[in-house]
Design a protein around this ligand. Structure first.
Ligand SMILES: CC[C@H](C(=O)O)C(=O)SCCNC(=O)CCNC(=O)[C@H](O)C(C)(C)COP(=O)(O)OP(=O)(O)OC[C@H]1O[C@@H](n2cnc3c(N)ncnc32)[C@H](O)[C@@H]1OP(=O)(O)O
Length: 321
C-alpha cells in the first residue's frame, strides 16, 4: 500500500509505541487532546510556505462582527458567529477570532461538547464579500484559505463532541463551517448550501474534503455541482443532518439552542476525561492509518484504564458476596 507523504509523516511522527511511553507520562487525560493536536499539528506551517503572521494581520484589518464563546459549567460550550447585519458573514477579524476561540477550546480541559450557532436565527453566509474583495489577489486568497483550513481542521479535532446548529442559511463558507463539526442539527426552514459555483469557486476552507467524507462522493458532487439547497429532509436523507429540531415556537433561537444541548447531552453525559477520550479515539480512527490508529487507541485506553471513572464503575458493579 503506497502511503501518502502525510501518512508517511504521521507514521514517522507517531510510530507505534512511541506515543505509549510519552502518553503514559501524560498525567491528565484531557492533556491527551492537546498532545494529539501538537503531534499531528496544523495542516499548513511556515515550512510549507504558510505566512501565518502576515495573513493574520491582513485579516485583522478587515473588521466587523465577532465570534463569541461561552464555556458552561455543564462542559458544553456555545460558540456564536455574530455578525447579524451581514447574515453572520465572516469578516477578516472574525476569521482571526475563530482561530483564537479554537485555541481557547484546545486548552479547556473540562470541556465535553461544543455547539456552534449563528446570531439572530441564521447560521452564516460565508465570507464577507467586502472582505473577500479586499483579499481577492491570488497570494492573499491562498493564505486566507490556508488560515481557515488550519482553524477548521483544529476545530474538528477538538476533544469535544461538536454540533453545528443550523437555523436559517449556512451558505458558502458557512456550509463549510457545518462540516467542521461532528454533527449537524437543522431547524425547520434551515438550509445548507454550497453556493461556491455561483461565485466561480470551489470550497476553500476544507469543506469539500470533509463533505465527501460525510455524504460520499456522489452526493458531494451533486451538492457542489448543483449548488443544492439542502433542507432538513434532504439533509437527513443524505446523511448531512444528524437530527431535525422541533424548532423555536416563538421564533427566538433560545428553544433551538436548548433542544441542541439536550440532543448533545445524550452523548456527553459522563466524566469529561472519558468523553474526551472517546472523541480522541474517533479522531485517530478517522484520520490516522490503521496501525497508528490502533496504537493511538491503546495509548488513549491507557489514560482511562484504572482511572477514577473506571475504578468507580468497577466498585459499583463489584459482585457483593
Ligand atoms: C470559501 C468561502 C467562500 C469564499 O470566501 O470565497 C465564501 O463563503 S464566498 C460568500 C458566499 N456567500 C454568499 O454568496 C451568500 C451571500 N448572501 C446571500 O446570498 C443573501 O444575503 C442571503 C441568502 C444570505 C440572505 O438573503 P436575504 O435577502 O435574506 O438578506 P440580504 O441578502 O438582504 O442580506 C442582508 C444583509 O446582509 C448582507 N450580506 C449577506 N450575506 C453577505 C455576505 N456573504 N457578505 C457580505 N454581506 C452579506 C447583505 O449585503 C445585506 O446587507 P445590506 O447592507 O442590508 O444590503
Amino acid at each position: 500500500m503506497v502511503l501518502s507523504a502525510a501518512s508517511q509523516h504521521l507514521l514517522r511522527v507517531s510510530r507505534p509505541g512511541a506515543w505509549g511511553q510519552h502518553l503514559l507520562k501524560v498525567s491528565r487525560p484531557g492533556a491527551w487532546g492537546q498532545h494529539l493536536l501538537r503531534r499531528i499539528g496544523s495542516v499548513y506551517t511556515t515550512a510549507k510556505g504558510f505566512q501565518e503572521k502576515e495573513i493574520r494581520e491582513k485579516l485583522q484589518a478587515l473588521p466587523g462582527g465577532s465570534i463569541d464563546l461561552v464555556k458552561q459549567e455543564s462542559g458544553i460550550a456555545v460558540l456564536t458567529v455574530n455578525n447579524p447585519a451581514r447574515m453572520n458573514a465572516f469578516s477578516g477579524s472574525m476569521m482571526v477570532e475563530l482561530e483564537e476561540r479554537v485555541s481557547q477550546l484546545e486548552e479547556w480541559t473540562e470541556g465535553k461538547g461544543l455547539i456552534i450557532q449563528g446570531a439572530a436565527g441564521t447560521f452564516c453566509s460565508g465570507s464577507d464579500l467586502n472582505a473577500v474583495r479586499a483579499i481577492s489577489n491570488p497570494q492573499d486568497g491562498m493564505m486566507m484559505c490556508m488560515f481557515m483550513q488550519n482553524a477548521l481542521t483544529r476545530l474538528l479535532r477538538l476533544p469535544l463532541l461538536s454540533v453545528a446548529l443550523v437555523e436559517g442559511s449556512a451558505l458558502g463558507g458557512g456550509a463549510e463551517l457545518t462540516t467542521a463539526c461532528d454533527f449537524r442539527l437543522m431547524a425547520p426552514g434551515g438550509v445548507i448550501q454550497f453556493v461556491h459555483k455561483h461565485m466561480g469557486l470551489v470550497p476553500g476552507w476544507g469543506g469539500a474534503a470533509r463533505l465527501v467524507r460525510i455524504v460520499g462522493g456522489q452526493n458531494a458532487l451533486k451538492m457542489l455541482g448543483g449548488a443544492l439547497k439542502v433542507d432538513p429532509e434532504m439533509g437527513l436523507q443524505i446523511g448531512l443532518a444528524d437530527g431535525v429540531l422541533e424548532g423555536s415556537l416563538d421564533g427566538s433561537g433560545a428553544n433551538a439552542l436548548l433542544e441542541a444541548e439536550q440532543w448533545l447531552g445524550r452523548y456527553t453525559t459522563g466524566p469529561a476525561p472519558v468523553i474526551r477520550a472517546i472523541k480522541n479515539v474517533v479522531v485517530s480512527g478517522r484520520e490516522l492509518p490503521l496501525e497508528v490508529a490502533l496504537s493511538t487507541e491503546r495509548d488513549v485506553f491507557g489514560t482511562v484504564w484504572g482511572g477514577p471513572a473506571n475504578l468507580q464503575a468497577l466498585a459499583s458493579k463489584a459482585k457483593h458476596k
